[in-house]
Design a protein around this ligand. Structure first.
Ligand code: ADP
Ligand code: MG
Length: 247
């Protein structure tokens, strides 16, 4: 594909595992700053799409252009450096470190051993920690150890750890899984807040939650796109109604 204004342009993306096509012929285009939600039944291929974007799974065929640069074939750390942050389903924070320390550790720095040994917390790091803590609603918890955070707060901290890298594209896989209704509400507000100035892809099942955050929704089913559009368009789409109501 020639140069485009899309932040992310995925074309003909396919992956097969022992002959089984988990994702097949996927085309997906993301605008700068867009907040896209991918929904679909279990096994639809949603997580596999994220795995391919972040370099964890290598596609069998197709192209993933990020800012007109081909990501297929790059290593995971190169994709992170290109500006893509991805959150997995389970939180992976350091429980014995404070919120502040968890955030500090996530600040991008020199990749050499010396670079990380010589790492000192500068004014710039402090400033970003403060900014990110406020974005994720943990300004009051900066000196608290990870172990003492609620499940929701741990998830927000992990989002904050990704924000420390200032990614242009953030990918969140089922960010409200296991959260209480008030935590879900806070997460919706948090995602809207951090979507200013960056693109986000969210995978989610909770339709109430999806309707609160999405600019545009992509419905995946059996590795292919079933429908795409606003939440209102998706909810009255005959094929979507078919799949979700089970016929
Ligand atoms: P979703 O996130 O939409 O629930 P997944 O992307 O996790 O779905 O999985 C899609 C399909 O691909 C499932 O049938 C799953 O078992 C299969 N799959 C995913 N990853 C692998 C893998 N590494 N090896 C074999 N099969 C896989
Ligand atoms: Mg999944």
């Amino acid at each position: 594909m020639s140069n485009t204004s899309f932040l992310l342009a995925i074309e003909d993306l396919t992956v097969s595992f022992d002959g089984f096509k988990a994702v097949e012929g996927l085309n997906l285009y993301l605008e700068q700053g867009e907040l896209r939600v991918i929904i679909g039944p279990n096994g639809a291929g949603k997580t596999t799409v994220l795995d391919m974007i972040c370099g964890k799974t290598r596609p069998t065929a197709g192209s993933i252009m990020f800012r007109n640069r081909e990501l297929v074939g790059l290593r995971e750390h190169e994709i992170v450096r290109a500006g893509i942050g991805r959150k997995f389903q389970t939180p992976s924070i350091y429980e014995n470190l404070t919120v502040r320390e968890n955030l500090e550790l996530s600040y991008p720095r020199g990749r050499t051993v010396l670079g990380s040994l010589a790492f000192r917390v500068t004014a710039e790091v402090n400033e970003r920690v403060g900014k990110v803590a406020s974005e994720i609603g943990l300004s009051e918890q900066l000196e608290i150890e990870g172990a003492f955070l609620s499940h929701g707060q741990k998830q927000w901290l992990e989002i904050g750890m990704l924000l420390m890298q200032e990614p242009d594209l953030l990918m969140l896989d089922e960010p409200v899984a296991g959260m209480s209704p008030p935590e879900r509400e806070k997460t919706a507000a948090l995602i809207r807040r951090i979507s200013a100035g960056r693109a986000i892809i969210v995978i989610e099942h909770d339709m109430e939650f999806v309707s609160r955050i999405a600019d545009k929704v992509t419905v995946l089913h059996l590795g292919k796109i079933l429908a795409e559009g606003s939440m209102a368009e998706i909810q009255r789409h005959p094929k979507v109604i078919d799949v979700y109501l089970g016929h």
